[in-house]
Design a protein around this ligand. Structure first.
Ligand SMILES: Cc1cc2nc3c(=O)[nH]c(=O)nc-3n(C[C@H](O)[C@H](O)[C@H](O)COP(=O)(O)OP(=O)(O)OC[C@H]3O[C@@H](n4cnc5c(N)ncnc54)[C@H](O)[C@@H]3O)c2cc1C
Ligand code: FES
Length: 342
């Protein structure tokens, strides 16, 4: 993957636990990306390399800087590092933008509904701006869940977009922990739920595409309800910020030794039950390539030379992988003779 060094032009506090970092575009060759894609950042802290993907909150052409918006994760190394330490003029290494959580327009799309919770709003914000500005015939609905009014990321920006695109942009806010507010038709208590999805879809007939980003419960509720309502799987797109593991899938996994061949060196590593080959290798300082850690980008691909591996947590069948290719961020050894080449 192509690497760039970007300079921080601005750091904006969005809420008490979220910042937007705006990078200056390189002077000569501007970085191209699509609304909804993500940038992969690389840090070195106490000698260890950390790589994390962050969706663009900026939209191409509309925003002059490349913006990412990062919410603190409790105990998280990089999200807290970015919130606490990143400042104007810092220089950060990034990999070229990737991701297929993007809006592809076709003539027949009249409306798009975005479903987001918390920091999941980031790629949605990028796509919403892009569609409102560049697709004048497409209506946009946003259903956005937060703990409280003060935890809404991009609150002011959404208020402005509602004014600028009054006939095309509508927002419904859900608050799971806000105590002092009057419920009305656009501000609701609790979490986004099945009945609301059904009622909204019955009252608005123009949604042809759905984009979901947030915790697994949001995706499950919204996707399942939409499918029950007759929406095809092909019209529903989602992005996961975290790999979801089902403990049931680990029943046949044991601690195993794995022989890893990378950059001409062979290393025997112990892969403990529950840890992926990638996680264990990174923990030992073996700097394998990776980005999303959710089984989507394929950056962590390895070739299985012997033994058996099992991939766990993949969101969709991967027809692009050949028989011996495995995504090491979600690969777990099933046998004791596993040998992998990267
Ligand atoms: C495609 C993609 C786009 C992303 N875009 C954004 C974005 O726009 N804004 C943003 O804030 N984050 C985004 N993320 C998540 C981000 O990459 C990091 O995973 C997150 O910031 C946590 O990193 P960390 O180093 O702080 O935590 P780590 O030190 O890696 O993890 C600490 C603990 O937190 C848990 N954890 C990890 N990630 C999450 C999470 N997302 N939510 C809750 N718990 C978690 C881990 O299981 C672990 O137990 C995105 C992830 C993906 C895959
Ligand atoms: S790191 Fe993206 S698929 Fe494994």
């Amino acid at each position: 993957m192509k690497k760039y060094t970007l300079k921080v032009q601005e750091v904006r506090k969005e809420t008490k636990d979220t910042v937007t970092v705006c990078f200056k575009q390189p002077g000569l060759k501007k970085i191209k990306y699509l609304a909804g894609q993500y940038l992969t950042l690389q840090f070195r802290i106490n000698g260890r390399r950390y790589i994390r993907p962050y969706s663009f909150s900026s939209a191409p052409v509309i925003d002059s800087t490349l913006d990412i918006t990062v919410k603190r994760v409790t105990g998280g190394i990089i999200s807290n590092h970015i919130n606490d330490n990143i400042k104007v003029d810092d220089v950060i290494e990034v990999y070229e933008p990737i991701g297929d959580f993007v809006f592809e327009n076709s003539q027949d799309v009249r409306g798009v509904t975005f479903w987001g919770v918390g920091s999941g709003i980031t790629p949605l914000f990028s796509m919403i701006k892009d569609i409102l500005v560049n697709q004048p015939s497409v209506d946009v609905h946003l259903v956005y869940g937060n703990k409280s009014n003060s935890s809404i990321i991009f609150k002011k920006q959404f208020e402005q977009l509602k004014v600028d695109y009054v006939s095309r942009f509508k927002v419904w806010n859900f608050f799971s922990q806000e105590e002092f507010f009057e419920e009305d038709s656009h501000n609701k208590k609790g979490r986004i739920h099945k009945k609301f999805v059904e009622d909204l879809m019955k009252s608005t007939h123009s949604t042809d595409r759905h984009y979901i980003c947030g915790p697994i419960e949001l995706k499950k509720t919204v996707k399942k309800t939409l499918i029950e309502l007759g929406y095809s799987e092909n019209s529903i797109f989602s992005e996961d910020f975290e790999l979801i593991k089902n403990p049931e899938d680990f029943k046949d996994i044991l601690d195993q030794e794995v022989l890893l061949s990378f950059e001409g060196l062979e290393r025997n590593i112990k892969v403990n039950k529950g840890k992926s080959v990638l996680e264990e290798a990174l923990g030992l300082g073996i700097e394998l390539p990776y980005s999303c850690q959710t089984g989507n980008c394929s950056t962590c691909k390895g070739i299985l030379k012997s033994g058996q591996l099992k991939m766990i947590g993949l969101d969709r069948p991967r027809t692009d992988l050949t028989e011996n290719e495995y995504l090491l961020c979600c690969s777990y050894p099933l046998t004791g003779n596993v040998c992998i080449e990267v």
